[in-house]
Design a protein. Structure first.
Length: 202
């Protein structure tokens, strides 16, 4: 955004630039739109830190810092576990067949896969300790259903199947939450909490 404003208004002062960003962020829906396009700031951080770790040489302090950043970027979001697992594997395959493009040592790939593996072990361990068993999370199915609800897919499916199937959620098909977070977290409006809660609806 800063670069865009600078190209349009080259002579704008830093104070005016900061004021414009604050007004745009707080006084318009631009921040909401940006959050819809990129809901998690740690996704680009994960890609950038991974790329930096693989492509550049670092001293010990920089290497430790990047490892911590990569690890934290993975554990903050469920989707990042899959992304962090596939991304280095894809890069490794490209590196094997087209060495001149990336030119990354396999040792660094192994280090990165070690970080990803540790992240997987962390989430499984935390759920075992919490009594949830060997799982990535006890609410994964609710998050998925919330996304289907927000996209309108759940309503269309229930309209077709509730005539022949007796799902508990059928009685709420005309009162579904308009947004995913409401379906997932609102215990008064979400159907998931009206017949047994999270555990009863797996």
């Amino acid at each position: 955004m800063i670069l865009f404003i600078k190209t349009r208004i080259p002579k704008i002062s830093h104070y005016h630039l900061i004021a414009l960003i604050l007004i745009t962020s707080l006084g318009t829906i631009s921040s909401w739109v940006a959050a819809q396009i990129l809901p998690d700031v740690f996704t680009p951080i994960l890609f950038l830190s991974t790329y930096l770790y693989l492509k550049r040489e670092h001293n010990k302090a920089e290497k430790i810092s990047l490892i911590i950043i990569i690890y934290l970027s993975i554990v903050v979001h469920y989707s990042h576990y899959v992304i962090a697992t596939l991304f280095p594997i894809i890069l490794l395959i490209v590196n094997i067949f087209i060495k001149d493009v990336l030119n990354i040592s396999r040792t660094k790939f192994l280090h990165l896969l070690g970080i990803v593996s540790f992240a997987w072990v962390s989430i499984f361990t935390s759920n075992i300790v919490a009594g949830n068993g060997v799982t990535t999370g006890k609410m994964s199915h609710i998050f998925l259903m919330g996304k289907l609800c927000e996209n309108g897919i759940l309503k269309k499916y229930l309209d077709k199947t509730c005539a022949t199937e007796e799902y508990n959620i059928c009685q709420y098909k005309d009162q579904l939450a308009p947004v995913a977070w409401e379906f997932v977290w609102d215990q008064k409006k979400s159907p998931a909490y009206n017949f047994g809660g999270v555990e009863a609806n797996k």
